[in-house]
Design a protein around this ligand. Structure first.
Ligand code: TYM
Length: 333
């Protein structure tokens, strides 16, 4: 099986979008040293983070991943800043990627907003660090949500240019793995925006730590239209909010949109929302409970992460040292 790598930013509590679009798909991909999952704290600081909160959020994210089913004994789970090979390779990639390529990145445009001059340079070169995260391990399978597609295309362009410029077939091509009916979970307040941990409105998302009452309340208040649910998938066309809620229930009950509509087509949103809230509470409350249990012993979470970083470095260090040699750096020893 090819080597798997994926990452998640500790810029808040993981959302239902992170869970359905990414984390849940990582669990069956655990395969010892061939599967790496990284809490990307260096990516998080491309937008200012309160330092004490970042440290805590990094540990909480690791606990959330373990609570969702990642087992530090069956995969490599670690924190990005603990493995310096990532930034060493990112520097080389800063010199390989072209300004024109980065100028096309839609996520930079979204995150930088209107005042682009005030965005950090880190936010701009973010995709180069992301490419380094993956290529430092010669990973080829990258399970992500749909919003990361453009970054992965860029990571392939960077690898290709490196290989071309230095005349070697050193970095392999990456296969994006964009899986399931919920590769793009949308905001509960606006069906055209993705659900995000950094959205200012907490009502826009379900957090993995939300209790039963807030899940029920957020789903009850989720925006919908006035029509009953359609009986066919085609009837969801142009109904972004309805499509989103149907997609969430499909993902959480392991079916597809057609399966959900077979049961709920023709009914109004009231009963449907009750079912959805119940399904979410049943699915998510064991995860929140397990997270609380893990965080009662923060030292144990940190120890697992330190071990993960050692195992990650053992793979990345020789690969990045070879990239540095290919570039022409004098060997350090
Ligand atoms: P991040 O932290 O924004 O999100 C982590 C994962 O969750 C997915 N995701 C979603 N999927 C469906 N619906 C949503 N609303 C939703 N929101 C987030 C993301 O697609 C992602 O898979 N740049 C990455 C982190 C990263 C990375 C990497 C990923 C850094 N280095 C190397 C893969 C490989 C990011 O910001 O993810």
């Amino acid at each position: 099986m090819p080597r798997v790598f994926s990452g998640i930013q500790p810029s808040g509590v993981p959302t239902l979008g992170n869970y359905l679009g990414a984390i849940r798909n990582w669990v069956p991909m655990q395969n010892g040293d061939e599967s790496l999952f990284c809490v990307v704290d260096q990516h998080a600081i491309t937008v200012f983070q309160n330092p004490a909160e970042l440290a805590q959020a990094t540990r909480e994210m690791a606990a959330a991943l373990i609570a969702c089913g990642l087992d530090p004994a069956r995969c490599i789970l670690f924190v990005q800043s603990h493995v310096p090979a990532h930034v060493r390779l990112a520097w080389i990639f800063n010199c390989v990627a072209r300004l024109g390529w980065l100028n096309r990145m839609t996520q930079f445009k979204d995150k930088a907003g209107k005042d682009r001059e005030a965005a950090s340079t880190g936010l701009y070169v973010y995709p180069n660090l992301m490419a380094a995260d993956i290529h430092a391990y010669h990973a080829t399978s990258v399970p992500v949500g749909d919003d990361q597609r453009q970054h992965l295309e860029l990571a392939n362009d960077i690898a290709e240019k490196f290989n071309h410029d230095y005349g070697v077939a050193f970095f392999p091509r990456i296969e994006p793995m964009i899986l399931g009916v919920a590769a793009r979970v949308m905001s509960l307040r606006d069906g055209t925006k993705k659900m995000s941990k950094s959205d200012p409105s907490d009502q826009s998302r379900i957090n993995l730590t939300d209790d039963a009452d807030s899940i029920a309340q957020k789903i009850r208040r989720a925006r919908t239209d006035a029509e009953p649910l359609p009986s066919e998938v085609a009837g969801l066309e142009g109904r972004a909010e309805a499509r989103n809620l149907v997609g969430i229930l499909a993902a959480i009950t392991d079916t597809d949109a057609a399966g959900v509509l077979r049961l709920y087509g023709g009914s109004g949103f009231g009963a449907f929302k009750d079912t959805l809230a119940e399904a979410l509470v049943a699915h998510l409350s064991p995860i929140a409970g397990e997270m609380r249990r893990l965080l009662a012993d923060p030292g144990a979470v940190d120890a697992a992460l330190h071990l993960g970083a050692e195992r990650a470095a053992a793979i990345a260090d020789p690969i990045v040292a070879e990239a540095e040699r290919l570039v022409g750096f004098l060997p350090p020893r």
